[in-house]
Design a protein around this ligand. Structure first.
Ligand code: DX5
Ligand code: ZN
Length: 227
């Protein structure tokens, strides 16, 4: 069984004190950090690029899960890989790259872990023939672009189906879920088959983010023991 992991998304954190945010996440011993790179084309929002990712990489030991919400990600694989380490995962969107098989191979060749993300309306069939190239499937449970949106309930059966696909694959594939994950729905999402839970505003919108992280970690640990 794959380990349950908490991946805080720093999208809604205070960027004026990023080092403190990273320190807090290290102190809380989260499993990885989820970084949302947006280009204003693939999604209607702009965040940050390789330079900020490089600074984050230099200031934490935690593995990074870099979620590229950018058009034609193949243009930037080299640049991102040059600032990342082998323990990190580069995630591209299936909808954003025309020659997906080739782009995934480009990531494999860098030595990074390979992830593919699917928008809510994108069928899982789209990745059926590239499964062997993947370490991770990211199921978007909101339309990407912003933190603080509502989880789309119709995504639960999609998570179950993704887990089934992953289990039938020769390689170990983790299922990451991103968007609207909170204290109320996290167990249901985990039980549906997601072992990596991205949580943004539930943590950084809380009065005490560290306490919130601890509560989530406890839930995930108990859930792991009872599975
Ligand atoms: C949305 C991003 C998410 C987002 C999650 O486009 O990909 O990672 O930050 O934030 P919450 O948990 O607030 O939905
Ligand atoms: Zn994300």
């Amino acid at each position: 069984m794959l380990k349950n992991k908490l991946a805080p998304s720093i999208l809604n954190a205070d960027f004026s004190c990023l080092r403190d945010v990273l320190f807090l996440l290290e102190q809380c011993q989260v499993d990885l950090i989820h970084l949302d790179v947006m280009d204003g084309m693939f999604v209607p929002n702009i965040t940050f690029g390789p330079k900020i990712v490089a600074s984050i990489r230099k200031n934490t030991h935690l593995p990074l899960s870099v979620h590229l919400m950018i058009e034609k990600p193949e243009r930037f694989i080299k640049e991102f890989s040059s600032v990342l380490e082998d323990k990190d995962c580069l995630i591209i969107h299936a909808e954003a790259s025309l020659h997906l098989d080739r782009t995934l191979q480009m990531i494999i060749d860098t030595g990074l872990k390979v992830g593919i993300a699917l928008n809510p309306s994108t069928p899982l069939e789209m990745i059926k023939f590239v499964l062997e190239k993947l370490n991770l499937i990211l199921i978007m449970t909101v339309n990407p672009g912003f933190g603080g949106q509502q989880f789309i309930p119709a995504m639960l059966p999609k998570i179950i189906y993704a887990k089934e696909m992953a289990s039938n694959s020769k390689n170990d594939i983790e299922i990451q879920v991103d968007g609207g994950v909170n204290m109320e729905n996290i167990l249901q999402i985990n039980k549906a088959g997601a072992n990596i839970l991205v949580v943004g505003s539930e943590i950084f919108g809380a009065d005490n983010p560290a306490e919130m992280i601890k509560s989530i970690q406890k839930k995930l640990q108990i859930s792991e023991k009872t599975q």
